[in-house]
Design a protein around this ligand. Sequence first.
Ligand SMILES: C[S@@+](CC[C@H](N)C(=O)[O-])C[C@H]1O[C@@H](n2cnc3c(N)ncnc32)[C@H](O)[C@@H]1O
Length: 230
Amino acid sequence: MTKNFDKFIGRISNDNVKKIWSSVPGVKKKFFDFFYEQILNYDKPQILEFGVRDGTSTALFLDICNEKNGNLFSVDNKDYSFQFKDKKWKFILSKDTDFDIVNKEIPAQLDVIFLDTIHEAIHVSNIFYHYYNKLKVNGLFIIDDTSWLLYTKNNSEDHFYKEINNYETFKKVLEIYNNNRDKFDIHANFCDTGAIKIIKRTQDNLSESARIFSRENTIKNYIRKLFIKS
Ligand SMILES: C[S@@+](CC[C@H](N)C(=O)[O-])C[C@H]1O[C@@H](n2cnc3c(N)ncnc32)[C@H](O)[C@@H]1O
């Protein structure tokens, strides 16, 4: 894995992106270690990415596309087309919710969808439900920024909105899974700001999300806690 990582770093054409990949270990853990080799198993992978900005994730997907003769389609509502010059890359200037614009530019079937735009539960859910049917069986839907740990009070990135948004997004994905457990699998990574990897298992359409009735805040649980010896 380390050997492959060093080779990947060596192939990055954009110096700023190379610097991010070399200096932020959490990004290696939540992106490279979490799904790079898994995507390398796909033949001619068709990848759709939402959110380009620094090009950190874009560089990773472009590398896979060059290794495996795939294609990367990246959507952003700001023009980041200058970040890479690569025949495997198509930049689409659009909001991720402008479905008609995006759909015209992308293949009918995708191996990987990566979402890193607005980290609010309702937005993530909207994009997930809209594009899920385009994902092939055994394809990956990756959602970035789903750990709230670093953003909690007095922690290294202490930030109210990021903590709440990431937590609500994580909970929303679990609620979707709660009513679709036979259709996809979920893997969560808590390194850095976290990511969720969803592996599609069947061709079936998704059902709506279903609330999870936790017993955490019940009288029964409070009573149980009274009897726990510290
Ligand atoms: C966190 S950055 C993406 C970082 C990138 N994935 C990386 O690894 O360097 C979020 C990006 O989403 C874009 N964005 C925000 N809202 C969007 C929307 N509704 N549709 C498309 N792009 C959006 C922003 O312009 C920004 O470039």
